[in-house]
Design a protein around this ligand. Structure first.
Ligand SMILES: [Zn+2]
Ligand SMILES: [Zn+2]
Length: 305
């Protein structure tokens, strides 16, 4: 189905307004016209909404990496909805399609169709994946379908909260700067960090495991996206609750799931069986090791961007 002009106009607004606001905010920063409460609002809301996407939408909903307490599930889905990346159920369907067809014909956001398409262009195409085809089990889930149906409410809340908190702290001026930093700048960062997983992590970085796609581990995205940048690890083991597989691979989302498990708020946390992990590492090493059989041409090693 081709997207309507109205749909494209809405998406364009959602992309351009946070960008313009962020440029304005950078100017204020340059003039040192920024208050600490605004930066605190930005930091706290960025962290909460990002964890809603990474732990809620991605690892919990799409990959069933753990079984949440219903209250945790609701809160995570609401926080994820505040990222304004579409209703939970559509987000999950698109992402399942991405894994099913990664970097092949039909992948909603592969850089093989252009880096810009993978990062941002694809969001202008409406209905990239049908939930009835890709995640029928979620369509019948009452919490998921309720939070998905009420998506607009949570999207508005993402801006009403910083506006309200800013207002309580500093009157009308505080409300407006709260909206600017906690709402619009936060929105700009949330979108582009999420989209970087699709674009950057299928283009730049290292590959530790052999996968049928071009996924890569990119540490900057790993830091900013709270562990989602270890994307080659993720494509190799999609169900794993933990994307960081070395102590130095920062994975805040994984640490949160571990904490929820300790608190009894998450069960059935999926961990990669050690024997499987060892086998995959061995296979990757064997694929990289040069074949020194006499008479064989030198192996062509894939260039890592
Ligand atoms: Zn991917
Ligand atoms: Zn995934």
């Amino acid at each position: 189905m081709r997207p309507s002009l109205a749909y494209k106009a809405v998406v364009l607004t959602v992309v351009v307004v946070p960008l313009a606001a962020t440029l304005f905010a950078i100017r204020l920063l340059w003039q040192r016209a920024v208050n600490w409460p605004d930066l605190a609002l930005l930091g706290v809301l960025y962290a909460l909404v990002a964890l809603g996407v990474t732990v809620g939408f991605h690892r919990m909903l799409t990959h069933r990496s753990f079984r949440p307490h219903p209250a945790v599930k609701f809160v995570l889905l609401v926080l994820g909805s505040m990222a304004v990346e579409g209703p939970a159920i559509d987000w999950a369907a698109t992402h399942i399609k991405h894994h099913a067809l990664a970097d092949r014909e039909g992948d909603p956001h592969s850089p093989l169709d252009g880096f810009f398409h993978a990062h941002l262009g694809w969001v202008f195409e409406s209905a990239t994946a049908d939930p009835n085809v890709y995640c029928r089990n979620l369509v019948n889930d009452p919490i998921v379908s309720f939070v998905s149906r009420t998506f607009l409410l949570w999207a508005v809340l993402a801006f009403a909260i910083p506006f309200g908190v800013g207002g309580l702290l500093g009157g009308w001026a505080g409300a407006l700067t709260g909206l600017l930093w906690g709402g619009l700048v936060r929105q700009f960062l949330t979108h582009h960090v999420t989209w970087s997983v699709n674009s950057v992590c299928h283009t730049f970085g290292r590959r530790e495991f052999e996968t049928t796609d071009r996924s890569r581990n990119e540490w900057v995205v790993g830091l900013l996206a709270f562990g989602e940048g270890w994307h080659n690890n993720h494509h190799a083991f999609p169900r794993s609750a933990f994307h960081g597989l070395h102590w130095w691979q920062f994975d805040l989302s994984g640490y949160l799931i571990w904490t929820l498990e300790r608190l009894g708020l998450a069960t059935e946390v999926y961990r990669i069986p050690p024997a499987l992990l060892a086998r995959r590492r061995q296979r990757a090493r064997a694929a990289l090791a040069p074949d020194l059989t006499p008479g064989k041409p030198a192996p062509v090693v894939e260039e890592v961007a």
